[in-house]
Design a protein around this ligand. Structure first.
Ligand SMILES: CC(C)(COP(=O)(O)OP(=O)(O)OC[C@H]1O[C@@H](n2cnc3c(N)ncnc32)[C@H](O)[C@@H]1OP(=O)(O)O)[C@@H](O)C(=O)NCCC(=O)NCCS
Length: 209
């Protein structure tokens, strides 16, 4: 089977982690795309930064796969907009799963999901499109993540947690079992969430308020 070539959108830290995984998987990378023209001609881990995003139009949607290299530290919207823009033009996003992530064969991941090194995804988990499960995060059994969610490094979700679209779960946060987080919630780094959280709310601390 031929592995399709990919273009990575972005050339910053998140893109670098993804490129590292793609290289380890032997995925052919055409290049990285970046709006800042000063970076054109430079490279990330040996992958050339070739142009801005409009370069994608030089390919038909069926001839290339995209990788969303835009990360987020609290606001997932720019990453979501990038994904939706290119989906609207008919392009598809590759999923990127580190070979040393543990993903249950009874979990389900949609298009463009990214799972970094050391993450653990248990049985019955559903992860919708464009989510990031970052380094060392744990998603326990039967959790359901809507699209564009970012689970930061070291965060833990206990069993049967629901996370609404576009929410950001901060570095090393913990969410207790059976809770529901609404859309676009921001859970601060280190928080321990013991109650469900309404859409659009930010909570922090232990217990999170
Ligand atoms: C919650 C967060 C978004 C707040 O960021 P911010 O809006 O820039 O807020 P500030 O840093 O100005 O802090 C505002 C207040 O909240 C407190 N605070 C900030 N982060 C906190 C945290 N994680 N837990 C508890 N209190 C926190 C600050 O001490 C400050 O308190 P003060 O008003 O009494 O001085 C941010 O601290 C955070 O946790 N981001 C997540 C980072 C992350 O997940 N990174 C991984 C990316 S891969």
């Amino acid at each position: 089977m031929t592995i399709p070539e990919v273009l990575v959108l972005g050339a910053g830290g998140h893109a670098k982690v993804l490129i590292d995984i793609l290289l380890s998987l032997g995925t052919p990378i055409k290049g990285a795309l970046e709006p800042n023209q000063e970076l054109w001609g430079k490279s990330v881990l040996g992958v050339p930064i070739i142009a801005g995003d409009e370069f994608i139009f030089t390919y038909k949607p069926e001839d290339i796969l995209l990788v969303n290299g835009l990360g987020s530290v609290k606001n997932t919207l720019p990453r979501r907009k990038l994904f939706e823009r290119w989906k609207a033009h008919g392009y598809s996003f590759a999923s990127v799963i580190h070979p040393k992530a543990i993903v249950s064969s009874h979990a389900h991941c949609d298009e463009g999901v990214q799972i970094m090194a050391g993450a653990i995804i248990s049985a019955g988990v559903q992860i919708a499109e464009n989510c990031v499960i970052n380094t060392g995060a744990i998603i326990e059994h039967d959790c359901k993540l809507e699209a564009h969610v970012h689970i930061s490094p070291g965060a833990h979700l206990a069993g049967t947690v629901k996370v609404g679209a576009g929410s950001h779960i901060g570095l090393s946060a913990s969410i207790l079992q059976n809770l529901s987080l609404g859309e676009a919630c921001l859970i601060a780094a280190g928080a321990v969430v013991v109650d469900s959280v309404e859409s659009g709310k930010t909570v922090m601390g232990i217990p999170a308020k």
